[in-house]
Design a protein. Structure first.
Length: 612
């Protein structure tokens, strides 16, 4: 959602802060700001609308030297993306500065009370309330002022506070939004996620909810914001490597991550298949009571956006091959429903970032109702990963591009592995388990074949770049892929509108839109519903619609119906989504390039939506 960074130590704070913001920019990038405490204990601040490079240009002209500071890159929630609304925000005297990620739900009443006390506000943000609240609570000790302020605030936050009154420390606090501390030698680092600290230290402390940290250059202290008692926190070893967050020779992270797909499948599978027994091993689930797992008679998959579509593929897989009823819920809906859950229900949260607020709130609700809560998460040590009873890490590597591609592929692979894992404790035979796992292992080679013909997809993007509306249609395992293909096109080539539909739904209304200006993607591999998709294509053709078909190699007949055909190698029906997703991700990426858009950081988006 937003990126927070902080530094206190022996070096110039500006260098780390700017580098950190660049690594956090994918979390939100409509404006940015930095404040540094000078040797003379003045707080010097600079902000800019736009990207970090705009802020860098601005501060190159001013003196921002000093050994402690905080910085922020924003994804606007309250107040438009302007310089005034950019963080860090300050109090009346510009002596206390705050950077914040989250939403203060009662900011309006707090602001009214503070204005009655004479505080003057200059921005439209909820965050500015925190700086004035801390000012009103300040009685000489900044952490006490922050602690008392947190007691008055409702909502989600990760905050970093710096003050000229109590200059040799930075105070941080967390509730729902992520925050980590990097422990250095003679210096300490603060960031919204560990990727910003790579290369500076590998000792990381993950703050948990209702914790406050007092960070100095040589030490840190963590206390509970509820009991105010000291908390001993474990230092974790940072696993990420610098190369993971570089572009690997690609011009864009998005292409790097799409082309990493085959490797991601290998990493997601590594050490988890026992071929000769047709079994899957999932170390993260071994902590569970296996009897309880065997008694699970219902699964609810909870996720948002692209992760939700991965979950829908998993629904078909688990029902068909493990024989367990599955429903997939949009997390932002689930959290406000009255779900019927008991101890034989397993709730599975799928989340790349592991910080999505709606998904996190949903699993907390599910835990309260006694469900077994599992996670399929990519970001190690993330909040969702720590909240679940057990889980499976994707091992897809750091995903920087805001539009999720390789994590989506990995989510489907992990769901396929989970299907075998669950199925083999139920009705699935060794033969079936072995067939599925053998086919999963072939996927990287099949994906590479599609990626090698990426220039064909680039030509398609050029051919259709003038169109502004697309339908994506699929059935069964590829219905979720139709939804994902439409979402990717909307996210990346965001002057185009696209909708994903179940193929059979076309005739119940959407077909009214079809004419020569409304191209349709048909995801129609030779599978159990191919003939049904053929009929849908004929319905569209009869109305002058253009058809781009994705089908299995060798299926030449489709060329009589489709205007353009993308071929994918043959695989099991249940695994076709891994192959059909690749050309759709490439199409969206090339279309974004064709339209001259920022394909790594599309407008209005954020990589991790840590607010409601
Ligand atoms: C993916 O392309 C989107 N940016 C978005 O839909 C994302 O999948 C969704 O916000 C869920 O994020 P998560 O996987 O980190 O929970």
């Amino acid at each position: 959602m937003c990126g927070i960074a902080g530094y206190i130590g022996k070096k110039d704070a500006k260098n780390f802060l700017l580098n950190a913001l660049k690594k956090l920019e994918y979390r939100g990038y409509d404006s940015a700001g930095i404040v540094i405490l000078s040797e003379k204990k003045d707080l010097n601040c600079a902000k800019s609308v736009g990207k970090i490079k705009d802020l860098e240009k601005k501060i190159s002209k001013i003196d921002l030297s000093g050994k402690s500071g905080i910085a922020h890159t924003r994804w606007a929630t309250h107040g438009s993306p302007t310089e005034i609304n950019a963080h860090p925000h300050h109090d009346c005297q510009k002596e206390i500065f705050v950077a914040h990620n989250g939403i203060i739900e009662n900011y309006k009443s707090l602001r009214a009370d503070l204005e009655k006390l004479g505080h003057k506000f200059i921005s439209e943000t909820d965050t500015e309330v925190i700086s004035h609240l801390v000012e009103s609570n300040f009685k000489g000790n900044i952490e006490e002022a922050v602690l008392n302020s947190l007691k008055q605030m409702k909502g989600a936050y990760a905050i970093a506070v710096i003050s000229k009154h109590d200059p040799d420390k930075i105070v941080v606090a967390k509730k729902s939004s992520p925050l980590v501390i990097g422990v250095g030698v003679g210096e300490n680092f603060i960031a919204s996620d560990a990727s910003a600290i790579i290369g500076y230290t590998d000792k990381i402390i993950y703050l948990d909810d209702d914790e406050l940290g007092i960070i100095t250059s040589n030490n840190y202290k963590i206390i509970s914001t509820i009991s105010e008692n000291n908390i001993e926190k474990k230092q974790c070893k940072l696993e990420l490597e610098e190369y993971e967050i570089q572009k690997g020779g690609h011009k864009y992270f998005l292409f790097k991550e799409i082309f990493e797909g085959p490797e991601v499948v290998k990493n997601s599978v590594r050490g988890r298949i026992v071929s000769e027994a047709g079994l899957v091993k999932l170390g993260g689930l071994e902590v569970l009571d296996q009897q309880r797992l065997r008694k699970i008679n219902r699964i609810i998959i909870i996720a948002c956006g692209t992760a939700n579509y991965a979950g829908k593929v998993g629904e078909y897989m688990i029902e068909e091959y493990a024989g367990i009823p599955v429903e997939v819920e949009i997390a932002s809906e689930f959290r406000y429903r009255k779900p019927i859950i008991d101890s034989q229900t397993a709730v599975i949260a799928i989340s790349q970032s592991g910080e999505t607020a709606d998904t996190l709130a949903s699993i907390q609700e599910a835990k309260r109702k006694g469900a077994l809560v599992l996670g399929i998460v990519n970001t190690v040590g993330s909040t969702i990963a720590r909240e679940t009873d057990a889980g499976i890490y994707n091992h897809a590597g750091s995903e920087i591009s805001v539009a999720s591609t390789k994590a989506f592929i990995s989510q489907i692979i992990v769901l396929a592995l989970l299907t075998v894992y669950l199925g083999r404790t139920r009705e699935m035979s060794l033969v079936t388990g072995k067939r599925l796992t053998d086919e999963i292992k072939k996927l990287p080679k099949l994906m590479k074949k599609i990626l090698n013909s990426c220039s064909e997809i680039e030509k398609l993007a050029k051919k259709y770049s003038a169109y502004r509306n697309f339908f994506f249609l699929g059935r069964k395992y590829n219905y979720p892929i139709a939804c994902e293909g439409a979402l990717k096109l909307k996210e990346i080539a965001n002057t185009i509108h696209a909708e994903g539909y179940a193929g059979g739904e076309m005739k119940h209304g959407p077909i009214a839109m079809i004419d020569e200006n409304f191209p349709c993607f048909f995801i129609a591999p030779r599978d159990s519903v191919y003939e049904k998709m053929w009929s849908n294509m004929e319905e569209v053709k009869a109305r002058g619609g253009q058809i781009i078909a994705i089908t299995t190699e060798g299926n030449k007949e489709i060329e009589n119906l489709a205007d353009d055909v993308i071929y994918i190698p043959k695989t099991l029906e249940m695994l076709t989504p891994i192959l059909t997703a690749v050309p759709l991700h490439l199409f969206a990426a090339y279309m974004g390039i064709e339209l001259g858009l920022d394909i790594d950081q599309p407008r209005n988006l954020a990589k991790s939506v840590t607010v409601e």
